[in-house]
Design a protein around this ligand. Structure first.
Ligand code: NAD
Length: 253
């Protein structure tokens, strides 16, 4: 019986946090993985730490740079010859009230969190087409559906990405490419350490029915599921992985 070819995933923002946990999950499931990140040194260390040289490819790249994204996709194609899943995970957060949000911060947040997934998806589609389809998972946030006093740029970028998810699910269905999103609640990564004050942390604990932050690995499970064949009839969906925060309907701290 012919064996099916090893599948390939590309995870952006994979040098640490949710992205790195997701890359590890794909590898554990037998996939080969391109790990893309803007932080070259951090990425090299992460990939060395995984220790699966034959199955991994480190790609230093800024997702908001179209030329760099296209070059990374070419390098991935040369190395692995196919692409079955793209996880648009790279993101940045600026938490500030409107009057303290600089134009530069506003533009950068939208460039990385919204234009980045657009560029990566556009570059990935021809490769997925050759593989007769694929799956894309965008990492949005509960900030896409809940407004707060601090997230005009971040929340708007994630709400845009949520809509892009539905838009592309409809548009790419004819190519057998499924597009979904995972919307994390708070996860204690480097990003959360940077923007979650003690006050925000305390409020989150009270507002989350499961009463704790999520783990990177819990996000990776959901992301992997949506990329796997087990989710073959799911497209255009946004899965909250947030300990019940969204269901409880309490405002963001
Ligand atoms: P993180 O800061 O630990 O990791 C993000 C990674 O993205 C980093 O390795 C960073 O170098 C990389 N990155 C940033 N800008 C990039 C760019 N322009 N090009 C390529 N790579 C870039 O953050 P995380 O918490 O693991 O976040 C992962 C995703 O989850 C983000 O999209 C974030 O918005 C989302 N999210 C996180 C939380 C949370 O509480 N941690 C909650 C909701 C959503």
């Amino acid at each position: 019986m012919p064996t099916s070819p090893q599948k390939v995933a590309l995870v952006t923002g994979a040098a640490r946090g949710i992205g790195l946990a997701t890359a590890r999950k794909f590898l554990a499931e037998g996939w080969r993985v391109g790990l893309l990140d803007i932080e070259g040194e951090l990425l090299a260390k992460a990939v060395a730490g995984i220790g699966r040289g034959d199955d991994t490819l480190a790609l230093t790249c800024d997702v908001s740079d179209a030329t760099a994204v296209d070059a990374a996709m070419t390098a991935l194609a040369q190395r692995f010859g196919r692409l079955d899943a793209l996880v648009n995970n790279a993101g940045i957060a600026v938490f500030a009230p409107l009057m303290e949000t600089s134009e530069a911060d506003w533009r950068r947040v939208l460039e990385v969190n919204l234009t980045g997934p657009f560029l990566c998806t556009r570059a990935a589609v021809p490769l997925m087409r050759e593989a007769d389809g694929g799956a894309i998972v965008n990492i949005t946030s509960i900030s896409a559906v809940r407004a707060s006093t601090l997230r005009s740029a971040y929340g708007t970028s994630k709400a845009g990405l949520a809509h892009l998810t539905k838009q592309l699910a409809v548009e790419l269905a004819s190519l057998s490419i499924r597009v979904n999103a995972v919307a994390p609640g708070p996860v204690d990564t480097a990003m959360a350490k940077q923007v979650h004050t003690q006050e925000i942390r305390a409020d989150y604990h009270d507002a989350i029915p499961l009463n704790r932050y999520g783990l990177e690995e819990e996000l990776a499970e959901a992301i992997y599921f949506l990329c796997s064949d087990r989710a073959s009839y799911i497209t255009g969906q946004i899965l909250a992985v947030d300990g019940g925060f969204d269901a409880a309907g309490i405002g963001l701290p």
